[in-house]
Design a binder for this molecule. Structure first.
Ligand code: HEM
Length: 423
């Protein structure tokens, strides 16, 4: 079978840009937008031999690939970008690590079967009931930050880190004193799958993934033994009532949701406050017209999505944007670029909370794998903005140009969002 690595680009549009790969650096996330812009204009489907992926940057092409699951499978969505080193492999094998994607890398009919069961348990009713609890958590965390005498804070560490993690642990019936443990496991998951780690650097993460997976298996066993009023217990009850889902599959769903359920929302909350505070006119507008908050969150998802790129694999030879992708070719769909495509979004690089079509962004993917948690993520972000406007409208970014983003192929997360305030 032909692999992407065997291919040379079939596009004729390789010239035109004097900078290699149009300045695109797959793992660098500080400011990828000029490179995206150049790729969209000059080589919208570019084979990047450094990672072995076809990098797709125009809106129409990204959406078309997401929409055609029969040609472009998601089976590579959770594969490690860099092969696991021998020591990491050994640790994971000996630790009984057999985790597989809960949903995003599964394909129909298995994906359809499991998604149907998970959707019945993970209902909006269940998480909307948490709204007052989420609001209290946000208020408590903000008030605690404002008590600091030096009048400085970090919106990632002081607020966005805890809010969605408390929510997801509560939905899974877990004690919230485990936030740091779950964050450590999630960081390892992000780094081991989408990071650029050496064999040596992988070792501590391999230990973390073993612990994380054993915890998920333990949660399923406990739900069988003790029941409860939470998501794992609901999935176990569904199985006992005849739903076709194995214990291993339920543990895999836990493994996925306990990562997806907070990591990207921590980033969305951080980015929302970062973007709004760096546009004081728009921040003030929200104060006067809070009904604009949901639209503002959509605009953040468009311009600064938590996941900038997601993967697919061509099951047969196919064309994308006029370029032939060979059978087995791997694609990197760059939503961070598609979301700024001027063919769809006028002045696409500009942040504008009044934009009429922000909602058309692809930050949550598109098609059969469309993000299951999108409403929960938006609910928590809206509440956070409302409470910040109420309790701390006077926050200011201390040095917006100094904000940096962690290195990763897919996840673009600010390391810190430092703020200051007057009394
Ligand atoms: C800002 C927050 C979030 C972003 C940007 C985000 C983004 C995404 C993206 C890009 C996908 C892949 C879609 C595709 O392949 O077409 C996805 C899938 C998924 N997300 Fe999210 N997500 C977020 C929050 C959440 C939350 C809070 C949860 C759960 C509590 C969640 C659960 C899932 C699940 C289960 C899938 C796989 C769905 C499937 O394959 O059928 N996500 N998300």
């Amino acid at each position: 079978m032909t692999t992407a690595q065997d291919q040379t680009p079939t596009t004729a549009a390789t010239g035109g840009c004097p900078v290699a790969h149009h300045g695109y650096e797959p793992f660098q996330q500080n400011d990828p937008f000029p490179a995206y812009r150049s790729l969209r204009a000059e080589e919208p489907v570019m084979y990047d031999e450094r990672i072995g992926y076809w990098v797709v940057t125009r809106y129409e092409d990204v959406k078309a690939v997401f929409g055609d699951w029969e040609t472009f499978s998601s089976e590579n969505a959770q594969a490690p970008v860099r092969e696991r080193g021998p020591e990491a492999k050994r640790i994971m094998e000996e630790g009984g690590f057999t985790a597989y994607s809960g949903l995003s890398a599964r394909v129909p009919p298995e994906h359809t079967r499991i998604r149907g069961i998970v959707q019945k348990a993970f209902t909006p009713r269940r998480y909307k009931a948490l709204e007052p609890f989420i609001r209290d958590n946000v208020a408590r965390l903000l008030e605690r930050m404002l008590e600091r005498e030096d009048r400085t804070g970090d919106l990632v560490r002081d607020l966005a880190y805890d809010v969605p993690t408390i929510t997801i642990l509560t939905l899974f019936g877990e004690d919230i004193d485990q936030i740091d443990t779950f964050k450590r496991w999630s960081d390892s998951r992000g780094a081991m799958t989408w990071g650029d780690l050496s064999d040596e650097e992988q070792i501590p993460h391999a230990h973390n993934l073993v612990e994380y997976w054993q915890k998920c298996l333990g949660m399923v066993e406990k739900a069988h033994r003790e029941g409860g009023d939470h998501l794992v217990a609901d999935l176990v009850k569904a199985q006992e009532a005849g739903a076709e889902i194995t214990d291993h599959e339920i543990a895999s769903v836990c493994y996925s949701l306990l990562f997806a359920g907070h990591e990207t929302t921590t980033t969305l909350i951080s980015n929302t406050l970062r973007m709004l505070l760096s546009h004081p006119g728009q921040w003030r507008k929200l104060q006067e017209e809070p009904k604009k908050i949901p639209g503002a969150v959509e605009e953040v998802l468009r311009t600064s999505p938590s996941i900038v790129a997601w993967r697919r694999k061509a099951l047969r030879e196919a064309e994308v944007g006029g370029v032939t992708i060979p059978e087995g070719g791997q694609l990197l769909l760059v939503m961070g670029s598609a979301n700024r495509d001027e063919a769809v979004f006028e002045n696409g690089e500009e942040f504008d909370i009044d934009r009429p079509n922000s909602r058309e962004h692809l930050a949550f993917g598109y098609g059969i794998h469309y993000c299951l948690g999108n409403m929960l993520a938006k609910l928590q972000t809206r509440i956070t903005v409302e409470e910040t406007l109420r309790i701390a409208p006077h926050l200011r970014l201390s040095d917006p140009d100094a904000i940096t983003f962690g290195e990763n192929l897919s996840f673009r997360a600010p390391v810190a969002v430092p703020v200051i305030w007057e009394s």
